[in-house]
Design a protein. Sequence first.
Length: 660
Amino acid sequence: MNTTIDARGAPLLEHFDTLTEAGLLRRLSVAFARFIGSLGAAPPPLTLACVALSELEGRGHSCLMLDELVNDPGALMGWSEEQWRAVRDAAGALPKNLAAWRALLAQSEQVWRVGDLDFQQPLALDGDRLYLRRYWRDETLVAGAIGARARASRAPELATVRRWLDILFDQPTPDGGPDWQKIACAIALRGGVAIITGGPGTGKTYTVASLLTLLFAVSPQPENLRVALAAPTGKAAARLKQSIDKALDSLAAKVGAELPELKELARRMGAARTLHSLLGARPDTRAFVHHAGNPLDVDVLIVDEASMVHLEMMAALLDALPPTAILILLGDKDQLASVEAGAVLGDLCHEAQAGGYSAASVAYARAASGENIDASFLGAGGPLAQQTVMLRHSHRFSGPIGALAGFVNAGQGGAALACLTGESGGKVAWIEPAQQSDVLQLALAGRADAPGGYRPYLELLRAEAHEGQHEREHEYGHEAWVRAVLLEFESFRILCAVRDGEWGVSGLNGAIEQRLEREGLIKRGEWYVGRPVMVTRNDYGTGVFNGDIGLTLRDPARPASLRVYFLEGETVRSVLATRLRHVETAFAMTVHKSQGSEFRHTVLVLPKEGGAMLARELVYTGITRARDFFTLVSPTRTVLLEAIERRTQRASGLRGLIGA
């Protein structure tokens, strides 16, 4: 490549190559810096900024805050003082303050200073934030679209809304406080966007099912209301549809003759889809079929597990959504954000706990729902805060698991330890100090005081092999039997904080397979009966998507062949194992990949050493995957306490843009 990086930058790039070989930088980051240098003069400070920007993008940040370059770039990158000193020596003189950094970047021909003439440079400088061009575009699009929707004014007929909400929510809240579910339904009717956030068990999907019922009830032509359900992953989409269908069944009985067509209207919504499927992803391209020029054909779009939606996907979704449609985002703002750049839901409703409602919003909520919002929730939160509701009462997370999750989310490490080691009736437990053999025993049979492990579903497979597949098909039906096996497998899962090493996904999956084979429960090979797999890449040819989890079983039509069976709600579908090219064994999986799932017994494994990736949100997300039992495996309590103290901070300009 012909590069114009000046001679001063050569020693710095050579040093970055050394850091790359030591595993302290991504090769992509140094290659990106070289690419920028090929476009024009690139002094060492610009090269350093490019490497830092690319590294941060890989960690989920959408931009680089220039004050981080002033304060301590070495700490930002995770380098030791000695490593940073070597980089500084190779770079030579660096800008001394924020104004100097801003001036240097603004003068670089590879950088577009927002507001100046635009020559489509790859970098964008917006105030004190440096972006890759596409992330600046995505962030600006999201802020503009969400802001416009939050300010959009609808005028529902308040008396009608109040009557229906009183029908749908006819019981007082357990604590006697305001019914936030009822308030959320009222708020969602008056704008183009509504955000409903809350922890596990707070009733987000029941709330949105009530909202759908309300929308059908007040619509002049409910049969023409076009509703779409979506989620980031196939499993999350299936759970959304299943939960809403169940809630609508109970609501249909409640509304009775008032809205007899509710079940038929709900049936017309169709299945929930992944966001990729909804937008019409095109293989081998970032483009979608639906965009501003070919918008989605919807009046209401409900997106569950919105914390998993990264910046680029949210931008694509908003670009394709008709201006007249209502967007409902559901999610837990305190969960892990997407592994890709952006923490969109967290940015959009980061102060939902405080409310920030205007007097007009409080008056509207009272008129539409009859609920009184306490004065402590008043404030100057801005247009989006008026369209955001946090559900605060958990209907199933009130026991030890809920308490533990609350302590972690509040950063109360001591209280979390006391909860883990106190009397909980086996609901929560802590194995520490731990050996890998402890995890293997849990994988086999769970804890003595908590059911779990993988033996139960593998015993079902062994019984099938001994009794004969045809006999069991005759007795249960093959699909029903497969569903029973899948549900048994889905009742337990081991979650890891990291991918590599003895305590990571790769190390534990291999060790678990060896243990299960020694017990005679599996017979390993490239593919084998009982192998659980996770899809790691969207495959539109087979209809499987990144994050889908299935089990490998015999093909009843061709016993010599193996198929991978996936459970989507109550439906079972399968794909020939040999057609799945991008999968990995999934006895253990990362916490990130578990989002949108729930297991009766969840085991969270922490590594021996902490790091920036171990933070409060990760521990909280792992705990809240458990429905009945939770086990923490940690070689040292220091790692846990440090993780609870550390909050994930992602650089972003979205909050400021929304506020403006």
